[in-house]
Design a protein around this ligand. Structure first.
Ligand code: AMP
Ligand code: MG
Length: 349
């Protein structure tokens, strides 16, 4: 136990440089424009590759333990403007984890059925179960972004008119913070990443999408309309992060102009957070161990290599239960010793 604690503390320390500068621990003084989209954190692509690979291995082991322990769940939220690299970040960070313990949900324009409910409804039904990692590609945070930037989108939500006041965004900050606190108190670890890209980088990526036939499908004319609202989105992100980076659900503003840097930060933050909860494989109790031993011996007795005498002995042990079997073994050994001639070593019997 002590060594495990030490290991996780070490784990946290060795990744701190890739997490702390980007995690918003002091939201009151947060200014988005003070965060450099092209930061490299003193790394280059090659060094980053090693860190990404090491994190991948750590995450694979952590996810297995998380799944086996079956107590905590992990919710990872990705937000970012078009072409910020959300899809590829998800693909890379999750590469190597067991898909059985992981769910990815992409949140698009709400359907009419979803619009018949409160805004959190569709997200709440997709939260990860205990033991699982749930990834949200966009999320309920769009309710403070696209919905804030486009008043007609808010109108489509059909919220009763007296409830739509100038306080609505403040109320949504509050509601989201409360829901996340509730989830955290129930064992959901929440990590939030804003992939922060520059306007120039978005221009380059849009051009790439238009030029390369295999990427063209990713481009939509709507992306250009949203790009025209760049400053409004930056302001909405600024306000959102300032009001919703809480101790139980921190935002990370990830420098995402270099995709490798984004992968370093995201992978490190996820590994570090799960190492802190330090999930453990469940330990069987005494009774269960005894049961396992009995079953193991029963299986061994089926081995074609076992002699008739051995098979009979193992069957007897399996039927009588381990403790009593041990007793039988001991009393048989004592009886054999008692029947041996004095000075004999029993090896000839
Ligand atoms: P993409 O992620 O490029 O597939 O696009 C999904 C689109 O759905 C984006 O334009 C989002 O702004 C939009 N979207 C996601 N959530 C909401 C929401 N709650 N209300 C309105 N639009 C949304
Ligand atoms: Mg898009």
């Amino acid at each position: 136990m002590g060594s495990k604690k030490k290991k996780s503390a070490k784990g946290s320390r060795d990744l701190a440089d890739f997490i702390a500068p980007y995690r918003i621990d002091d939201p009151a003084s947060f200014h988005l424009n003070r965060h450099d989209c092209a930061a490299k954190g003193g790394l280059d692509k090659d060094k980053a590759k090693d860190i990404i690979e090491a994190n991948r291995e750590r995450l694979s082991d952590l996810q297995e333990r998380l799944y086996a322990e079956d107590r905590w769940s992990v919710l990872v939220i990705f937000q970012g403007l078009d072409a910020a690299g959300k899809d590829s970040a998800i693909e890379h960070v999750m590469h190597g984890v067991n898909p059985q313990g992981c769910d990815v949900h992409s949140f698009k324009v709400p359907t009419s059925h979803e619009l018949d409910h409160d805004f959190m409804w569709r997200a709440l039904t997709r939260l990860p179960e205990r033991g699982r990692i749930g990834i949200f590609n966009r999320s309920y945070y769009e309710e403070l972004l696209v919905v804030r930037v486009h008043p007609d989108v808010l109108a489509k939500e059909r919220i009763p008119k007296p409830l739509v006041t100038r306080h609505i965004w403040k109320e949504r900050f509050e509601d989201i913070n409360n829901i996340e606190k509730y989830l955290a108190r129930n064992g959901t670890l929440i990590l939030k990443f804003f992939l922060h890209t520059s306007k120039e980088e978005q221009r380059q990526r849009f051009l790439e999408r238009l030029e390369q036939p295999a990427k063209r499908w990713k481009f939509s004319m709507g992306d250009i309309a949203e790009r025209a609202l760049w400053d409004k989105y930056q302001a909405a992100y600024q306000d959102m992060i300032r009001h919703t980076s809480t101790p139980h659900a921190r935002w990370h503003v990830v420098p995402a102009d270099h995709k490798w840097m984004a992968r370093v930060v995201i992978g490190s933050a996820i590994v570090d957070a799960i190492e802190r909860i330090d999930p453990q494989y469940p330990k069987p109790g005494r009774a269960q161990l005894a049961e396992f031993k009995r079953v193991q011996q029963a299986l061994e007795s089926e081995s074609p290599k076992a002699t008739g005498k051995e098979k009979a002995r193992l069957r007897r042990i399996a039927q009588s239960g381990t403790d009593r079997a041990d007793e039988t073994d001991r009393s048989e050994a004592a009886a054999a010793a008692a029947s041996e001639p004095a000075g004999g070593n029993g090896q000839n019997s």
